[in-house]
Ligand binder design. Structure first.
Ligand code: SF4
Length: 114
């Protein structure tokens, strides 16, 4: 579903049908920041760009709302980890350095035996 700023995000859900006015970020579900999430935070969120760059199922994202200047400036900070090797992923756009290295590549094909 597209966020209020027009980027595709699998965590965003909105329902405006038949008098409903519901907007939810499923990434914050169950977190302590869930009550404070507002749709305008999508403007600062890197998740849609991460999801577009890296669609790995093993990439798990956790988001927190960072508040600065007594809450006048808020933005979304995202941390990522790999559910395959359970390490922190420093650059979620590129993915897990351990598991992406283990993936077979056309440059690492086994040599054929004659
Ligand atoms: S805050 Fe980020 S993850 Fe949540 S709906 Fe908006 S863009 Fe998606």
């Amino acid at each position: 579903m597209k966020t209020p700023i027009g980027k595709e995000c699998k965590y965003y859900y909105a329902d405006f049908h038949r008098g409903h006015n519901t907007q939810i970020c499923r990434l914050f579900e169950g977190s302590q920041d869930a009550p404070f999430w507002q749709p305008n935070l999508c403007q600062t969120c890197p998740v849609p760009d991460i999801l577009r760059a890296n669609a790995a199922e093993t990439l798990k994202l956790e988001a927190t709302i960072i508040r600065k200047f007594w809450g006048f400036k808020q933005y979304v900070k995202v941390e990522a980890w790999c559910s395959q090797c359970f390490t922190v992923v420093a650059d979620p756009m590129r993915g897990c350095p351990n598991c992406s290295r283990a993936q077979p590549s056309i440059f690492h094909l086994p040599e054929q035996q004659e």
